[in-house]
Design a protein around this ligand. Structure first.
Ligand SMILES: O=P(O)(O)OC[C@H]1O[C@](O)(CO)[C@@H](O)[C@@H]1O
Length: 435
C-alpha cells in the first residue's frame, strides 16, 4: 500500500490560465531565487534562521520547553498566551488545527492580540476560580497590545497567588539578551525562552514562540519538528520538478503577472481557520511592500460560499484561490434517513457528511475555475502534528522564494511602524512628543 505524502501541491486547475512557456520562464527565475535563499545572498539574509531550525534547533531549550509544558499541564486549568502577530498566530493555528484531540489538557486563551477591553474582561471572567499560568511572548518586549494585556494579567495572577508563586507561573518568551521583558524576567525570576535573533516573528512558530503553547496544549512537538524536518528536506533540497513549494511560488507569481493580485486561501474545515490567519501574516508582511504583493485573503467554506461565494464566482476577476484540502478527517458521521423526507435529503442517507463536504469542494472548485478563478490545491494527508509541521515549512519556504521573485525583502516589515507612530503621537508617548 502506498503512503500518501503529507503535503501535495496541485495546480492542474490553474493550467488553463497560462501557457507552458510561461511556466518554463518562471521556473528559471524561481530556481535562481531559491539558490539565493540557500546561499543567503538575498536581502534580509540575517533572518534566515528558520531554514535550518527543524534540524538545528537548540535541544536543551527544547527539553526546557517540554518540562515547562508539563508543569503547566499539572498546575493549570488554563494557559493565557499573550502576544500579537507572529508571536501568537502560529501557536493558535496549531492548537486550533489539532483541537479536540487532547481532552484533559489546559485550555489555551489568547490575549494581547488587540486593544479590546471587553476581551480582556471576558478572559478575566473565564479565569475566575480556575488555576492559570501566563506565557507572554514578544520579541521586542515593547509591543503595545501584549504589553497592556501583560500588565493586566500579571497583576491578576499576583493578586491570586502572591508574587512568589505567580513568578513560577509566568513564562516569558523574548529576546535572548535584551529588552523590557528580558529585564523584568531577570528581576522577577520568571522562566524565559528565546526568540532567536535570526528568525522574524512570522517565521517563528517552530521556536519557543510556538512550541511552548503548543506543547502545553498537549500536542506532540517532536512530531511537529519531525514534519518540519521532512519539509526542510523536500522544499530546500529537491529540484523544481519535485518541489511543491517552488512550484507554488512559481504559479502564484505567474498568476500575479496576469493581474490576479488577490489570493484567497479556502479551507473546508473550521480547524483550518487560524492556519489561514497565520498564512495571511506570513505572506502579507513578507510580500506587501514597495507597492507590490499579492493580497492574502481567506475564507472558511462552505460557510463563506453563502457570503463571499457570490464575489468569488462573479466579482472582479483579480483573484485566484488556493484550497487547503484536509483529505482525511477520519470522521464517519452519516446523514440520517427520515420516513417523510420533507427536506429531500434521503438520497444522501448512509453517505458521510465528509462525502457531502468533499462534493461541495469539488463542485465549488469547478464553478470557480469556470468563472475565471484559477485554482491551486494543497492537500494535507492528515490532521496531525507531522502534517502541520510540514505545512508550516512548505508555506515558509514558498514565501521566501516568492518574495524574492517579486523583488522585495520578504523578511522585513517597515510598513507596520506607521500606525504605531501615529498612535503614539495621539497617546502622547514621551519620546514621540519630543520629535
Ligand atoms: O514579538 P513582538 O516584538 O511583540 O512583535 C509582534 C509582531 O509585531 C510585528 O513586529 C509587526 O506587526 C510583527 O512582525 C510581529 O510578529
Amino acid at each position: 500500500m502506498s503512503i500518501l505524502p503529507d503535503i501535495i501541491f496541485d495546480y492542474e486547475n490553474a493550467k488553463g490560465f497560462f501557457g507552458p512557456e510561461e511556466l518554463v520562464q518562471m521556473e528559471e527565475k524561481v530556481k535562481q531565487k531559491h539558490k539565493m535563499l540557500l546561499d543567503r545572498s538575498g536581502s534580509g539574509s540575517e533572518f534566515l534562521g528558520w531554514i535550518d531550525i527543524p534540524e538545528r534547533y537548540d535541544r536543551e531549550e527544547f527539553e526546557k520547553i517540554k518540562s515547562a509544558a508539563q508543569k503547566i499541564r499539572k498546575d493549570s486549568d488554563v494557559l493565557v498566551v499573550i502576544g500579537i502577530g507572529g508571536s501568537y498566530l502560529g501557536a493558535r493555528a496549531a492548537i486550533e488545527f489539532l483541537q479536540g484531540r487532547y481532552p484533559g489538557y489546559p485550555e489555551v486563551y489568547f490575549a494581547g492580540n488587540n486593544l479590546s477591553s471587553t476581551q480582556i474582561l471576558e478572559i478575566k471572567q473565564r479565569l475566575e476560580g480556575r488555576d492559570f499560568s501566563l506565557n507572554v511572548i514578544s520579541k521586542s518586549g515593547t509591543t503595545t497590545e501584549p504589553a497592556i494585556a501583560f500588565r493586566f494579567f500579571k497583576r491578576m495572577i499576583q493578586e491570586k497567588y502572591g508574587k512568589a508563586e505567580a513568578s513560577g507561573r509566568i513564562y516569558v518568551t523574548t529576546d535572548k539578551n535584551k529588552g523590557a521583558l528580558k529585564e523584568l524576567a531577570g528581576k522577577e525570576g520568571y522562566t524565559t525562552f528565546v526568540v532567536p535573533d535570526d528568525i522574524g516573528g512570522r517565521y517563528s512558530v517552530l521556536t519557543a514562540v510556538g512550541l511552548l503553547p503548543i506543547a502545553a496544549a498537549g500536542a506532540d512537538v517532536d512530531e511537529l519538528m519531525a514534519g518540519a524536518a521532512l519539509g526542510r528536506n523536500k522544499f530546500m533540497e529537491a529540484g523544481f520538478e519535485s518541489n511543491d513549494a517552488l512550484q507554488y511560488a512559481a504559479v502564484r507569481n505567474i498568476l500575479l503577472e496576469k493581474g490576479k493580485n488577490i489570493e484567497i486561501l479556502a479551507g473546508y474545515e473550521p480547524c483550518l481557520h487560524y492556519v489561514a490567519e497565520w498564512w495571511k501574516q506570513l505572506f502579507g508582511e513578507s510580500e506587501g511592500k514597495d507597492g507590490k504583493g499579492i493580497f492574502p485573503a481567506a475564507v472558511d467554506l462552505t460557510s463563506d460560499l453563502h457570503s463571499m461565494g457570490q464575489y468569488i464566482q462573479d466579482g472582479q476577476r483579480c483573484i485566484f484561490e488556493t484550497v487547503l484540502d484536509l483529505s482525511n478527517t477520519g470522521e464517519e458521521i452519516l446523514v440520517g434517513e427520515e420516513e417523510d423526507d420533507l427536506d429531500g435529503l434521503n438520497y444522501l442517507a448512509e453517505k458521510t457528511v465528509d462525502f457531502v463536504n468533499r462534493s461541495a469542494m469539488k463542485g465549488a472548485i469547478k464553478a470557480h475555475v469556470d468563472g475565471g478563478v484559477p485554482n491551486l490545491k494543497v492537500t494535507l494527508a492528515a490532521r496531525n502534528e507531522r502534517t502541520l509541521g510540514e505545512l508550516f515549512y512548505f508555506f515558509e519556504s514558498a514565501c521566501g522564494v516568492s518574495g524574492y521573485v517579486l523583488g522585495v525583502n520578504p523578511f522585513d516589515q517597515p510598513g507596520v511602524e506607521f500606525y504605531k507612530k501615529n498612535m503614539f503621537t495621539l497617546l502622547g508617548k514621551p519620546e514621540i512628543r519630543q520629535i
